[in-house]
Design a protein around this ligand. Sequence first.
Ligand SMILES: *Cc1c(COP(=O)(O)O)cnc(C)c1O
Length: 386
Amino acid sequence: MEMNNDSLKKQIYLSPTHMGDLELAYVSDAINSSQRVPQGANVEAFEQELKSFTGRKHALALESGTAAIHLALLLLDVQPGDFVICQSNTHVAAANPIRYLHANPVFVDSESDTWNICPDALELALKDNKYNQRIKAIIVVHLYGMPAKMDAILTIAEKYGVPVVEDAAEAMGSALGDRKCGSMGHLSILSFNGNKIITTGGGGALLTNNEELIAKARTLASQANDLMPLVEAGQVGYNYGMSDILAGIGVGQMKVLQQRIAQRRANYDFYYNLLSSYQGISFLPEPPGHFSNRWLTAILVDPAKTNGVTHNDIRLSMEQENIEARLLWKPMHLQPVFNDFSFFGGNIAAGIFEKGLCLPSGSNLTNDDKERISSVLKRALDVHSQ
Ligand SMILES: *Cc1c(COP(=O)(O)O)cnc(C)c1O
């Protein structure tokens, strides 16, 4: 775009793709080597990296995180008419695959310490005998990078004999103690979409310790043509595998993951130092033992304490300066497309949504960007709070 107007400022995005020369070297290597080495060398290397990083026995690189959730539900034998519990406070990608299978989502509220699924409300859903043993899975999300209360969740899941699908799409590098997000579900998923903490341009992964499940997933992800040399389809398959070129980017991105986590966490500190002294602005601190990659920094804005300034007022002030902030994902039980499905819990997720704002959180935010952001935020809050 032509910058013919001095007042037209560079756009600051919420969570832009951050790639550099290192990834470029892997991509060109992948392109150059595609005719020399067996197909899939980068995929294999990337899967190896994912296993050693998360401590999981098996990893399958896929074309998206959504595909990974779809496969996880297929592996857990989710059939039309079955029920799948899903955290309501999430990105819609976590819930859509339930409908791909014509199963019914049962949405569950959040708790305020992590904004993730509330163990008590989860148990209410599992206890409700309306579902008559047809709850096939529980999808737990580590929203914006904050780990959910997995110990409580896994204990309850075990009590009712329902497997947990851990959606760690936003939480690569987050952890509970020394357990990485992506290592705790019966099946776990990651995303490498362009806006995530590391990216392959588009991609995902399925992780598990169960050898039989990963073998099935590998078959399903490659059109289920597993009877080579006679290509015979015994079941319906998908074309969900990650391309070798994209896996090359993934290998490069793994080398900068720790750096990206440090940069995202520094963004959180920047916003905390800037805003925590303002009445009515609150942050999500890490509960003891929780380590968040701080993929996105989100604040809650309470207009009763900011003299009427709302989360959306702040968003609009930023938009005027070409700075992207975003309202939180709207909870699934409030989405028109999921109107007909059940919800267990209270108003925690809805309350967070009503006040929440995600601030620009790219790992490539510059000091100049931060200065611009800082002056808009201060102006938005100071002007109104006189
Ligand atoms: C991004 C995301 C997904 C889906 O990942 P894609 O790779 O974009 O398909 C799933 N769940 C959550 C919580 C996400 O943020």
